[in-house]
Design a protein around this ligand. Structure first.
Ligand code: HEM
Length: 348
């Protein structure tokens, strides 16, 4: 990910599928994720400086409250689709709070984020892409009218800090809006898939599930092992600037290249018994590769970790007798991965 012969893909990806303008295209043209060099640094800097430790701590507490509320709402029913009823909702509620979206707007915010994200999931249909374009435009327009002035935000909040820093750094309004949209894209799908994956793999190993229920200080280990074993993002896409020799094979210049973290995180030269889910591995810190590396390394890994840890802690504390009724499938091998429904039950 630090190899100078590879760079971010700019607008190559949407152009390849015939998208050359519009709200989805703007996400690639004006966002940090697909940008290179100084422009990338300028777009990322204000956002990463706004995400200070105190913000991550407040974020964690709010995620904890949301997780407990979501469980309380369905507790008496004794069953839940973990994917749609918990894992999809928790990250969007967390972002709605981070972005100070008023309660009355949260359900349309959730709908638009869901529809826009369809474009970034594996193999979107033409209809899904059309919906995603409308949703991306609605979301951007909404955010534009939402809060422009840092003084209108909660004092000391992420949003007030970000808007102030972005103004000081001279970011255009469109750039600010697109970075917020990228925060939403980055902060929803990966977390949703990971929340399902970590629960499913842990519950499927009853001894390890019981160990975490008895000792929730093991939650960070369980989250790290789940990120290694079944990461929510399968890899990062780059473009080659030069011919690159790999073990005697030539990767030609100008090609899209997938750096597969999904594969690297099961490298048998690094991880003993890589296909075994084991929360007591000695080298779990290496699972941070799931957050990428180099200049584009996840700008909000502390928030991602907070959501996964709090999301799991709430489940082990409230529903220690959780059982799987149906196991989900995890799909996608290049960027964002997708999970199907996952029925769970417990004795209320
Ligand atoms: C399970 C949680 C998460 C995982 C596994 C994850 C993974 C990643 C990876 C692999 C990258 C690098 C992409 C690349 O190099 O092309 C990345 C970048 C990024 N992530 Fe995350 N992420 C997570 C959570 C989050 C959250 C919660 C947010 C926002 C609230 C977020 C926002 C972003 C953004 C904006 C970038 C682009 C950074 C840049 O280009 O400089 N991510 N993430």
């Amino acid at each position: 990910m630090r190899d100078p012969r590879l760079q971010a893909t700019e607008t190559v990806m949407p152009t390849q599928v015939g998208i050359t303008q519009g709200a989805l295209f703007d996400i690639f043209q004006h966002g940090m994720l697909t940008e290179n060099g100084d422009v990338h640094t300028r777009r990322r800097s204000s956002l990463s400086r706004a995400l200070v430790h105190q913000i991550a701590e407040e974020f964690r507490q709010q995620v904890r409250r949301s997780a407990w509320t979501l469980i309380s709402e369905c507790y008496d029913r004794g069953c839940l689709d973990l994917t749609s009823g918990y894992a999809a909702k928790l990250p969007i509620l967390a972002l709605a709070n981070l972005l100070e979206i008023p309660k009355a707007d949260v359900s349309s915010f959730i709908r638009d984020v869901h529809d826009m994200n369809e474009f970034f999931r594996p193999a979107p249909t033409e209809e899904a892409v059309r919906y995603a374009e409308h949703a991306a435009l609605r979301l951007r327009t909404y955010l534009d009218g939402h809060k422009e002035n840092p003084k209108a935000c909660r004092p000391g909040s992420f949003l007030s800090r970000y808007l102030t820093l972005a103004q000081e750094d001279g970011l255009m309004r469109l750039e600010v809006l697109v970075q917020i949209v990228q925060l939403i894209i980055g902060g929803t799908e990966s977390v949703r898939t990971s929340l399902v994956a970590q629960t499913v793999h842990l519950v499927s190993e009853p001894d390890q599930w019981s160990a975490v229920c008895s000792d929730p200080t093991l939650v960070p280990n369980a989250v790290a092992e789940a990120l290694r074993y079944e990461p929510g993002i399968a890899g990062v896409v780059r473009i080659s600037l030069d011919d690159i020799d790999i073990d005697g094979w030539t990767l030609p210049a100008g090609q899209l290249v997938l750096l597969s973290t999904l594969s690297a995180l099961r490298d048998e030269r690094v991880f003993d018994r890589p296909d075994v889910f084991d929360i007591s591995r000695p080298n779990l810190q290496l699972a941070q590769l799931a957050f990428g590396g180099g200049a584009h390394r996840c700008v909000a890994d502390a928030l991602g970790r907070a959501e996964l840890e709090e999301g799991l802690t709430a489940l082990v504390e409230r529903l220690p007798q959780l059982r799987l009724d149906s196991a989900p499938a995890f799909q996608g091998h290049h960027f964002v991965r997708k999970t199907t429904g996952c029925q769970v039950r417990w004795q209320p």
